[in-house]
Design a protein around this ligand. Structure first.
Ligand code: SAM
Length: 391
């Protein structure tokens, strides 16, 4: 074939490939062509929060028909127990006449609805509550409005900074994993920022910055310094955890963080995409899949303790929920229903607490942050938690 024909053939193929890209990928390609490869954190941020095509800007991703199912969507028991946990914190800080119940990234509002139902059995606390939802997704905000329509005092915020002062219980379930991460990859020359670049066909590929990150090694956890060439280390900026820790340290209360992740900081690439309940390539179809990374609980602990807040845990989700009495709650619910629903409750209990395949029990971790004088919190200390007493 003459070179001219070959060129035309290639051009047509390339044009076809380009038109197959998602709208967000076309934008990302343009950005890379004009400004060069982008760091992984910027790519993740665009995938999730691009004002027009970002994954969390335009859809409800939860549930069987969506991309993933979270613990509150598995069973009402999860939110109910968290409600009782909030009650135990309220008592431990002297039952203040006003308590802000804050949820970061509240999804469909299911967990808050279940927690509030459990809290109705404590009228003095229920009357003291104001609910604050920090949510950027307009589609999910609408769902939350519908789910929580009867709640007396409720408001929405773009950021925790906007929530008025006062003692608070802050919940963050599967919130930290969607906050963008940085990645660095180890080369012979040092640690380089991991970037997203274009290959010759206009497809997204991973690469590394030309120059190593200056003095990066000294900032690394000891375990990671000895990592072999090729290893990946990832981290999140501390800004969100610092805001939470500062708030509970200065204004009383506690935060409860639940997410999948690891107890110890270590090397490893956990950047992943999830679509239709399966893992997907995070560089394919940006904006169409949830992109997440595991949460480093040791890094969260360090950041909170550096500010003088007290950290409790982390524990596995299975241990935490069992200490809060999930098994007793399941038996109570099963005693009141049909054999079919009873089997569903038993399945949900397993899913939330088991460590085996499909179980969330050990993959998910739970940690609390409180003001420094609160020496123990339910489910994360040795003492017994308040047993569930919801009807
Ligand atoms: C994985 S979902 C978890 C939802 C809910 N917590 C649950 O367990 O069902 C992440 C939630 O965080 C919200 N979100 C993502 N990025 C956010 C941001 N930067 N600020 C506030 N909310 C955010 C999403 O819209 C969604 O509600």
């Amino acid at each position: 074939m003459a070179p001219k024909d070959a060129g035309t053939y290639l051009e047509v193929n390339l044009r076809q490939a380009v038109t197959e890209f998602s709208p967000l990928q076309s934008e990302i390609n343009k950005l890379i062509k004009s400004s060069g490869p982008m760091p992984v954190w910027r790519y993740m941020e665009l995938c999730l929060l691009h004002p027009e095509h970002g994954y969390y800007v335009s859809r409800d991703p939860l549930g069987r028909e969506g991309d993933f199912t979270t613990a509150p969507e598995v069973s009402q028991m999860f939110g109910e127990l968290l409600g009782l946990w909030a009650a135990s914190v309220w008592k431990a800080i002297g039952s203040p006449p006003m308590l802000r119940l804050i949820e970061l990234g509240p999804g469909r509002g299911t967990m808050m609805a279940d927690a509030l139902r459990a809290l109705r059995v404590l009228p003095p606390l229920y009357q003291a509550l104001s609910v604050h939802l920090v949510e950027i997704n307009p589609v999910l905000r609408e769902k939350q409005r519908a789910t929580l329509s009867g709640v007396r005092s409720i408001s929405w915020h773009d950021s925790i900074d906007e929530v008025p002062e006062g003692p608070a219980v802050i919940f963050a379930n599967e919130y930290f994993d969607v906050l963008p991460i940085h990645q660095a990859v180890k080369r012979e020359t040092g640690w380089h920022e991991r970037v997203v670049n274009l290959d010759a066909n206009g497809r997204l590929v991973f690469g590394a910055s030309a120059e190593p990150i200056p003095r990066f090694e000294v900032l690394l956890p000891p375990l990671v310094r000895a990592a072999p060439v090729g290893a990946v280390f990832e981290w999140r900026p501390d800004s969100e955890i610092m805001k939470i820790a500062t708030r509970v340290r200065d204004q009383d209360g506690a935060a409860l963080i639940i997410d999948y992740g690891h107890m110890r900081s270590d090397a490893g690439d956990t950047f992943q995409a999830i679509a239709r309940h399966s893992f997907a390539d995070p560089l394919k179809n940006p904006g169409q899949a949830d992109v997440t990374a595991h949460v480093d609980f040791q890094a969260l602990t360090r950041a909170a303790e550096d500010l003088g807040a007290r950290v409790h845990g982390p524990a596995t989700q299975g241990d935490f929920l069992k200490r809060l009495g999930i098994e007793t709650r399941a038996v109570t619910l099963m005693g009141k229903t049909t054999p079919e629903v009873s089997a569903d409750i038993s399945g949900a209990l397993k899913r939330l607490t088991d460590s085996g395949r499909g179980g969330m029990g050990s993959m998910f971790k739970v940690m609390a942050i409180t003001e420094p004088h609160l020496t123990s919190v339910a489910g994360l200390s040795d003492e017994q938690a308040p047993g569930p007493s919801t009807p």
